[in-house]
Design a protein around this ligand. Structure first.
Ligand code: FE
Ligand code: FE
Ligand code: ZN
Length: 278
């Protein structure tokens, strides 16, 4: 069975989020570790956290993806912003140890005019300061659309970050389908070539999760506007090929499409109906 779910709100607590996942037929999910625009993390309620772990066990949800806030910019030019990035990531990682063995996804960052190389250095530096040998969480670099001065718009940039991280075994990659498409990778007509390139440059063993989003804009547009499944420039046929691809089908797929809970339930049902037997 596909490991498939969507982005959910944790505002009513961890267990409530788990119940939402069950209700919509998801067996994975994603949430923001704190307000996406920044700020402090919610207080940790151990009983609530344990209740989520119980729900995940009972409903055979192997893993979740915690998403760092958008304001976390590891390669900001401003030192106070980089300081926030360090603090947010170390706090988030400490807290995620209440749920051993899940994923923490973040946007590599925007170099804001300092150049890719400076950005790559700063991102790796943050990771080398924040990761610990004891952590059980795998940190995922998300592939980006290349909007503005975003770092991580090519597989090569992701590879350059990974190469500079000491605790390699704690790192992985999350491929956002809208982002790679907008970055110029033709996952509609050249899926195999794109995956071959990923294998050659990064290694498919590093690919640990997929953000399954359609795109409002054409290939290579560098825009990053998500569309509901089948209604954008990627389309339903390509989505079916992606979820059934032998090199991808085992991965967790997380929807970040513009939807409410009912819309997510329908997209999950739609994608499950497209799953073929291995
Ligand atoms: Fe993201
Ligand atoms: Fe994403
Ligand atoms: Zn996006």
């Amino acid at each position: 069975m596909l490991i498939l779910g969507c982005h959910l709100s944790v505002s009513k607590g961890y267990a409530a989020m788990g119940r939402d996942a069950v209700k919509i037929g998801a067996n994975t999910f994603q949430f923001f570790t704190r307000n996406p625009r920044g700020g402090n993390a919610r207080a940790m309620d151990l009983q609530d956290a344990n209740a989520l772990s119980d729900i995940m066990k009972e409903h055979k949800m192997p893993v979740f993806v915690a998403h760092a806030p958008y304001t976390l910019n590891a390669c900001a030019a401003n030192e106070a912003t980089r300081e926030f990035a360090y603090r947010a990531m170390t706090e988030d990682l400490a807290r995620l140890e209440f749920f051993p063995g899940n994923f923490y996804n973040f946007h590599p960052g925007s170099h804001v005019g300092q150049g890719e190389q400076a950005g790559i250095q700063l991102i790796a530096q943050l990771l080398n300061e924040a990761l610990t040998p004891q952590q059980t969480t795998t940190v995922l670099l998300e592939t980006m659309a290349g909007k503005g001065s975003e770092v991580g718009r090519t597989f090569g940039e992701i590879r350059e970050i990974l190469d500079r991280v000491q605790l390699q075994e704690k790192m992985g990659v999350c491929m956002d389908l809208c982002h790679v498409h907008d970055a110029g990778y033709d996952i509609v007509n050249q899926l195999d070539d794109t995956l071959e390139e990923f294998e050659r440059i990064i290694g498919l063993d590093r690919l640990r999760a997929i953000h399954i989003n359609d795109s409002k804009n054409p290939l290579g547009s560098h825009k990053d506007r998500h569309e509901t499944i089948g209604n954008g420039h990627i389309g339903l046929d390509a989505m079916a090929r992606i979820i059934n691809h032998p090199q991808l089908r085992h991965l967790p797929f997380v929807l970040e499409t513009p939807n409410d809970l009912d819309g997510y339930a329908r997209e999950i049902q739609l994608l499950r109906s497209l799953e073929k037997d291995a």
